[in-house]
Ligand binder design. Structure first.
Ligand SMILES: [Zn+2]
Length: 128
């Protein structure tokens, strides 16, 4: 088994990098949904790891506070990323992204407001 401390630091770095990368990215709703599904899996896994560390700590009466704190920090990062995703989803709302330049246009537009390319609608996308 690899060192859980190293793993956590790497996870935290990954999360930070992903959040930073995401800030400059234009994504349509289906991409956001996909990312959200992955992220919620990560969050569940992080809660599970945290739970097992706390369990071990109580069970064997060891002090895992430092590890627990790192895990909480990791979780905070993931939860923050999720919040950001939700906000982006709301912002993307009923927008349609241009297949050429990625600009988000209103649903009623037939052509991209930026580059003039024809906008395709993805019918298979479920509407909730
Ligand atoms: Zn365009």
């Amino acid at each position: 088994m690899s060192d859980p401390f190293d793993n956590l630091i790497n996870k935290a770095r990954e999360a930070a990098a992903a959040a930073g990368k995401m800030a400059g990215e234009v994504m349509d709703t289906s991409k956001l949904k996909l990312r959200e599904a992955r992220l919620s899996g990560d969050i569940r896994a992080a809660y599970e790891r945290l739970g097992s560390v706390v369990y071990d700590s109580v069970k064997h009466n060891t002090d895992n506070r430092q590890l627990v704190e790192m895990m909480v920090t990791e979780l905070d990062g993931l939860l923050q990323e999720m919040e950001e995703l939700k906000a982006r989803e709301t912002a993307a709302g009923n927008k349609i992204s241009c297949p050429q330049c990625g600009t988000l246009n209103d649903q009623e537009f037939t052509f991209c407001s930026k580059c003039g390319a024809a906008l395709y609608r993805t019918e298979e996308e479920p509407q909730e």
